[in-house]
Ligand binder design. Structure first.
Ligand code: ATP
Ligand code: FE2
Length: 324
């Protein structure tokens, strides 16, 4: 049983292939916005359209199979940027029609969780999903994923990127802020915005930018990072205490932040929970997570004609079929 998964929700065009549960290919091409700019959806979509043939060929070659050997095609049909999603869904429908194989729509956020669970051999974690566009604390309850807390404005990765851009640093800004923060020594007070179980980052970006004019770059980066990550840890800790989950899984592009890993590790330990971070290639957007989730959720196969993009698809609206 070979499943091909297509990821195209934002700047990554990823194509992965699984043989049963095993990942045998995970190829990608990433759209890079012009310097000083954020992602332009129509340009990202153009990038996906131009590179998909090559990425598909690379994935088949890596998996050492022919197109005709595929049994299922899965696609991340949301949430994401509409022009980007369209490219993925178009390719998925074409393959499904051509090869007469089922098409499985997959929720992008849930795919991050499923591949993380598989990679870390975690069964039922509380998940901190932190990327450019998404910031959610999620865990499974019955046959639904519940969102315990989330950002009310921008994703935490975008907050890092915006603040970095305001400091004159180029995309992606997250890793650069993290490096600067390591050398920071003085904490400069900044807005800490937790509303119930939810978070907001815009005010923090604005105020940190304003204060950066009269501060050392290292100090303001350190203060920004400590504030943003502490907000996230507060909400995650409350969710962990409430759900009594015994595992905490960190995933999404921001999982690469070593200070965030350290804070989570400490907090999980206090609650006797095991802490996990998947391999780097599974934290960022990738095609393998779509293939794997499509494979384990395949009983939800739909008529390809009914599969459409779903730009605002929330992970808590998807009834999880019990994995086979
Ligand atoms: P999604 O579509 O799920 O929102 P994405 O398209 O933003 O994801 P990812 O690869 O998941 O892509 O994440 C990229 C984000 O992670 C960028 O905003 C980047 O700045 C951030 N990031 C990467 N490394 C670090 C780090 N060390 N510290 C903070 N942020 C980081
Ligand atoms: Fe993602």
């Amino acid at each position: 049983m070979n499943c091909l998964g297509i990821e195209s929700t934002a700047h990554t065009l990823g194509i992965g292939i699984t043989k049963k549960e095993e990942v045998v290919a995970n190829e990608r091409s990433i759209y890079k916005p012009s310097p000083g700019k954020g992602i332009v959806p129509s340009e990202a979509a153009k990038h996906h359209s131009k590179t998909k043939k090559k990425v598909l060929e690379d994935a088949l070659k890596k998996a050492n199979i022919e197109k005709e050997d595929l049994d299922i095609v899965a696609v991340a049909s949301g949430p994401g940027l509409p022009p980007c999603l369209l490219e993925g869904v178009k390719l998925a429908k074409k393959l499904s029609n051509q090869l007469k194989i089922p098409l499985v729509p997959v929720n992008h956020c849930i795919a991050h969780i499923e591949i993380g669970k598989k990679d870390c051999k975690s069964k039922d974690p509380l998940v901190q999903y932190v990327s450019g566009g998404n910031t959610q604390i999620i865990s499974q309850s019955g046959n639904l994923y519940r969102i315990y807390g989330e950002t009310l404005d921008i994703g935490i990765g975008n907050a890092f990127d915006k603040f970095a851009r305001n400091l004159g640093l180029q995309m992606p800004g997250g890793p650069k802020i993290m490096q600067l923060a390591k050398k920071g020594e003085n904490y400069i007070p900044l807005p800490y915005t937790v509303k119930g179980m939810d978070l907001a980052f815009s005010g923090l970006v604005t105020e940190a930018t304003r204060k950066s004019e009269n501060a050392e770059k290292e100090d303001i980066a350190y203060s920004f990072q400590e504030t943003a990550l502490s907000m996230l840890i507060e909400v995650t800790e409350r969710a962990l205490a409430h759900t009594k989950k015994e595992e905490l899984l960190l995933t999404g592009g921001v999982a690469a932040n070593t200070r965030l890993q350290e804070m989570n590790q400490l907090m999980a330990k206090e609650h006797q929970a095991d802490f996990y971070v998947p391999k780097r290639e599974y934290c960022g957007d990738n095609g393998a997570m779509i293939a794997y989730t499509g494979y384990i959720y395949r009983e939800k196969n739909q008529d390809p004609k009914e599969v459409d993009i779903n730009p605002t698809w929330r992970p808590n609206t998807y009834k999880i079929p019990l994995p086979k």
